[in-house]
Design a protein around this ligand. Structure first.
Ligand SMILES: C[S@@+](CC[C@H](N)C(=O)[O-])C[C@H]1O[C@@H](n2cnc3c(N)ncnc32)[C@H](O)[C@@H]1O
Length: 276
């Protein structure tokens, strides 16, 4: 069977199961056939074995399993990360957070220490290490997430100190120049309304930010000042509607608060510097 015929067959299965992301059909074929997407239309014959592999992935995808979990990997900032259902799939929007902190660290031109809270796959801290060579620490409360994060650091040749910790509980009493976090920030009630791919597959521990979605911002902000240098900064990813409220939470101890938007034009990152 050629690419077009197989694609048509799969498209029907996607439609019957309410999967709108038709591009995923191509990405499944790219992964199985090991060729670039632009080459797919030129594939005249897909072997029986490859068809089986493709259809096996399709069977999972129509059950709303995200592609990254099906193939066990994700790309973030050009680096490859292993993922499974113990870690959030790193989002493109989170690259904005990393881009800003990386720019900031590079402008300092001096050695700095960075702490990532809720590291998940390790996408944020491994990328920061690769891009800046800062001294990097990361915590997560999930042992299984930390195993993945450690694997990802090793695979990407990035030295990061990982610590199993409920927020700051087991963090060494040292001062960091930067604290960065993409904490769980979805309101508990909203989780049941999220698309099945997220709701049924991604770890609840990575999503649930409490009744108003702000539990982790409150806790992290409250304790952060004990762990920052006198000119330390905090970088958060935030929900599209959380900029004002997180800004209010920060204002007691922080100044120079700035908000950055994501590729979709939504508020996505907030940064603040500790008050002198
Ligand atoms: C939204 S995910 C972010 C994952 C990753 N940093 C990223 O941006 O792709 C939040 C992470 O916080 C972790 N987490 C939840 N509660 C925590 C806690 N009390 N202490 C430390 N980490 C926690 C979760 O296990 C999850 O890995």
């Amino acid at each position: 069977m050629n690419y077009f015929d197989l694609r048509k067959k799969i498209e029907e299965q996607f439609k019957q199961n309410g999967i709108d992301e038709l591009a995923d059909i191509d990405w499944i074929m790219v992964e199985v056939l090991g060729i670039k997407r632009s080459m797919l239309p030129f594939v005249k014959e897909i072997s029986g074995k490859d068809q089986e592999k493709i259809m096996s992935a399709v069977q999972k995808r129509v059950k709303h399993i995200p592609l990254d979990y099906i193939f066990g990997k994700s790309y973030f900032y050009g680096y490859e990360f292993k993922v499974d259902r113990n870690v959030l799939i790193p989002r493109q929007d989170t690259e904005i957070l990393v881009e800003n902190i990386v720019k900031d660290i590079k402008s300092k031109n001096k050695p700095v220490k960075v702490l990532d809270i809720g590291t998940g796959s390790g996408a944020i801290i491994v990328t920061i290490k690769k891009e800046t060579n800062a001294e990097c620490y990361a915590v997560d409360v999930s042992k299984k997430a930390l195993e993945i994060a450690k694997y990802n650091a090793e695979q990407n040749n990035a030295k990061v100190e990982f610590i199993e910790s409920n927020l700051f509980e087991n963090v060494p009493k040292i001062k960091f120049d930067y604290i960065v976090s993409n904490p769980p920030y979805i309101e508990s009630d909203v989780i049941s309304t999220l698309q099945a791919e997220v709701r049924l597959n991604e770890p609840i521990l990575a999503l649930d930010g409490g009744v108003d979605g702000l539990d982790f911002y409150r806790k992290i902000i409250n304790q952060s000042t004990d762990y920052l240098t006198s000119s330390g900064k905090i970088y958060f990813e935030i929900g599209y509607n959380q900029a004002e409220i997180v800004k209010n939470l920060l204002e007691n101890d922080y100044s120079q608060i700035q908000v950055y938007k994501d590729y979709g034009g939504n508020d996505r990152v907030i940064v603040a510097q500790i008050k002198k």
